[in-house]
Design a protein around this ligand. Structure first.
Ligand SMILES: [Zn+2]
Length: 157
């Protein structure tokens, strides 16, 4: 690992910590040349296979920008989006796979997005699951309604 300050070709690990959820290791390093310290984060690589066959690294930012479009005009904050992207990444990483289809990423987004905002969920699902008719919307809305009575009963005191 090159030193980011002086480009020295070696560095020494002075501290090493595993993230709480075990998905990453954070190492504090010191450059023996300039003496400055920096941090590296080690995670397993996670790639997304796009429909075109192209493979690119998983990116929370791409999740956020995709979902943000569906959330236009909805009461969803940047923090909500960041949390959703984190949930999606954690769900995917917990599967222990190194590569995932873009379609699977979309399906993984649907669950937490539905919790966040039902209108945004419907918009996203209509694009992602290629709704082609009113019946597709009706079926998705009916599915939302089916789950709703249980939720409201649970939330009663
Ligand atoms: Zn250095």
């Amino acid at each position: 690992m090159h030193c980011p300050f002086c480009r020295h070709s070696d560095s020494r690990v002075v501290d090493s910590r595993t993230a709480e959820d075990g998905s990453a290791i954070r190492r504090r390093r010191q450059c023996p040349n300039c003496g400055r310290r920096f941090t590296t984060i080690e995670t397993t690589s996670l790639n997304v296979m796009k429909r075109s066959g192209a493979v690119e690294p998983f990116s929370r930012d791409k999740i956020i920008s995709g979902v943000r479009k569906a959330c236009q005009g909805r009461p969803v904050s940047d923090d909500d989006l960041a949390l959703l992207a984190q949930q999606v990444e954690e769900t995917i990483r917990s599967n222990g796979v190194a590569e995932i289809d873009a379609h699977e990423v979309g399906l993984t987004i649907l669950g937490p997005l539905r919790e966040l905002d039902e209108v945004a969920y419907l918009r996203f699902a209509s694009v992602y699951q290629a709704f082609s008719s009113l019946e597709d919307f009706e079926a998705a809305i009916a599915a939302l309604r089916v789950d709703r009575p249980d939720q409201s009963e649970e939330s009663l005191p």
